[in-house]
Design a protein around this ligand. Sequence first.
Ligand code: EPU
Length: 447
Amino acid sequence: MQDDVLFVHGGSPLEGEVRVKGAKNLVPKAMVAALLGQEPSRLRNVPGIRDVHIVRGLLQLHGVAVYEGDEADELVMDPSSVELANVADIDAHAGSSRIPILLCGPLLHRIGRAFIPDLGGCRIGGRPIDFHLNVLRDFGATVDKRPEGLFLEAPNGLHGAKIELPYPSVGTTEQVLLTAVRAEGTTELRNAAVEPEIIDLICVLQKMGAIISVATDRVIRITGVERLGGYTHRALPDRLEGASWACAALATQGDVFVRGARQLDMMTFLNVFRQVGGAFQVEDDGIRFWHPGGRLRAIALETDVHPGFQTDWQQPLVVALTQASGLSIVHETVYESRLGFTSALNQMGATIQLYSECLGGTPCRFGQRNFQHSAVISGPAKLHGADLVIPDLRGGFSYLIAALAAEGTSRVHGIDLINRGYEGFHAKLDALGARVELPEPVREGVA
Ligand code: EPU
């Protein structure tokens, strides 16, 4: 597709200001939560990204009226007429996002049945849904796997359960929350994920009337209630987008003020950014990130669940690490294939070697399974422009950073994938002085 390519002329620093809105990994889930209420909900700070459009479409298919609120970036969702959607219509969303799996609990509560199409999402590992289906069965749901998708029913209603996750999965923790809040009795979830987006979802549910407590040992307890109302909520800012712009500033020797970025959600990232040699200043309304001059330092880093170093920060940071002096080690412990994007960086002149051993940290669940999930990055590398094909959302943004840091012009293919999670990234790049352009439209009759 012609307009799915971006020409990036690298070699100049990004300078200026961008604004981040609500988090991609909270907003669609808060929209799903609106399904559980008896009254309309208002979500604020909603970014114009594709994942939001997909969930909006899914909610509308199920009878939820979704419209813009009076405030800018506000969505109103009225779930008073929820109904079972046509399977073929839902199936049209197959492969578009991973969010549909989170509709299971709310739909079972509201209409007693749910159909979930094949899921999409970034190809950064196998991304199974076994934890999701197991917890739904724990609540009393039956799951019928058919070629076109999953059909779920709850013949005896949903009841609270004692659950221990094999791994603190973000999505499964959200699945439990969205199901337990209206299940009969209490639910105890052990080894839960506690990412800031999950805590924000808990705030949303509490506003609706849910009773949820989070203990310090990753145990979440939920007391089911019979009725939930609507909510008014301002989504927490996108700490993943914030970090992406920070890495872009560092890798291009630039200076970017990220309006909306919040220190509390980014503390772990900020520590690493400083260790590498980046500078930042926290202001009331955002964080300024810049390259202070001099050499960047190599580091050893391991991704982990919150409060560890978030896996979604890893890919943009790796691009910045290609500019650090010495050997950096990155051990990816959340997704088994999230370092595959580095082969294109090597084509651009980086020196990154992947290993299947757990390097530089604690052994993880991928160590014995032959996944190349550790990287040694040797820098500083002089990057040059290349033809790049975007593999996944964060990897895609990281290619843009690499292309901006490189000498010469890169052709970045598949940029539409970036629209899934970065609102108006092209306009933001323009505002930061990046030299990026879409190709001239193909004239009619010209192949
Ligand atoms: N896992 C299973 N079985 C399951 C569910 C998960 O084995 O049923 C495994 C996964 O394969 C993975 C690990 O558990 O190895 C963690 O997956 P998790 O469930 O935590 O991830 P997710 O909910 O699918 C969300 C974000 C990701 C983010 C991760 C980790 C959304 C829509 N996606 O994914 O975001 O990387 O949590 O924080 O919230 C992104 O924004 O680019 C992105 C990929």
